[in-house]
Design a protein around this ligand. Structure first.
Ligand SMILES: [Zn+2]
Length: 303
């Protein structure tokens, strides 16, 4: 998958089915290529409701990201959005027949594999970026997230859990499709064993199991193994990439996050969009971006 200087959609249609993590109901997702750069749009087939991926449509951010319009609530959209943004597929029609997307294996890996198999098609026009020109920060007590100017998309994330098996994890990464696939895409969602009863009592995680989440007990993960030693912070970065899709365009900036989650990710996207003085549009042929966006992609990517 070479890096594109033009807007990209999928090479051909893909259909994936599975059950939702929270509601445990079946859902089929059909990814349909588009002919013009119109961004990412969901279509809820039972009602015909079209929902653009925009921060103003985000709501209900407890343990997943939800888009809401005309009474339709599309839940747990962040892993698919993460795979799309990570692989620079920024224009697509996403048809769903239920309100919660399949959790699959708890990571974006199965989406990534399917997207890579379908390949991409370029669209006319220039790839357009939301370029941060002034820092923006959102805080909630000790948790915070901020973005500052940077010629590329760089993520610096720290989590700090009072559980020895998780503890403090930090990771920093300048995003490219290859790095996304190799370092973030397959990191699974996680929770603490002690939280499960409370989540279930609230109607959440009804479809959760060790097949679609890492569960940390006091001694360590209950799963047989981890995919990365610091899988948890990598998954947070995967979530962040997905939530930043709500900006409606790829971003150029350095995002630093500490103990954040969906609510803060989305609050940052909303704060950026609410302040036109902190960003401007930039196109992919702007010289400042070239050295970051046109590095050759490693041949390791499957065709
Ligand atoms: Zn997640």
């Amino acid at each position: 998958m070479p890096r594109s200087t033009q807007p990209q959609t999928l090479g051909h249609e893909i259909t994936i089915s599975g059950r939702g993590l929270h509601g445990n109901r079946p859902c089929t997702v059909r990814l349909v290529p588009v002919d013009a750069p119109t961004g990412l749009r969901f279509v809820h087939l039972p009602t015909g409701t079209e929902i653009p991926v925009k921060a103003e449509r985000a709501g209900d951010l407890v343990l997943s990201t939800t888009l809401i319009k005309d009474g339709v609530r599309l839940q747990t959209i962040e892993h698919l959005l993460s795979a799309l943004m990570g692989l620079e597929i920024e224009h697509l029609r996403i048809e769903v027949d239920a309100e919660e997307l399949p959790i699959l294996d708890g990571s974006a890996g199965p989406w990534v594999e399917a997207l890579l198999q379908a390949g991409t098609r370029t669209l006319d026009g220039h790839r357009r970026f939301l370029k941060i020109t002034r820092p923006v920060e959102v805080r909630n007590g000790d948790r915070w997230i901020r973005v500052s100017p940077y010629d590329g998309l760089r993520l610096r994330y720290t989590i700090d859990f009072p559980v020895p098996a998780l503890g403090r994890q930090s990771r920093e990464l300048s995003l490219t499709p290859e790095k996304y696939r190799r370092e973030l895409g397959s990191a699974r969602t996680f929770c603490l064993a002690q939280e499960i009863e409370a989540m279930r009592a609230r109607g959440l995680a009804q479809g959760g199991s060790l097949d679609n989440a890492v569960v940390f007990g006091s001694e360590g993960p209950l799963n047989e193994s981890l995919r990365f030693e610091d899988e948890a912070v990598r998954h947070k970065m995967l979530d962040l990439v997905g939530d930043l899709a709500l900006l409606g365009a790829p971003m150029l900036g350095l995002v630093e996050a500490h103990a954040a989650g969906h609510a803060l990710h989305v609050a940052l996207a909303q704060a950026i969009l609410a302040d036109p003085g902190c960003w401007e549009w930039a196109e992919e042929d702007a010289p400042a971006n070239v050295r970051y966006f046109f590095q050759p992609v490693a041949a390791a990517l499957p065709a």
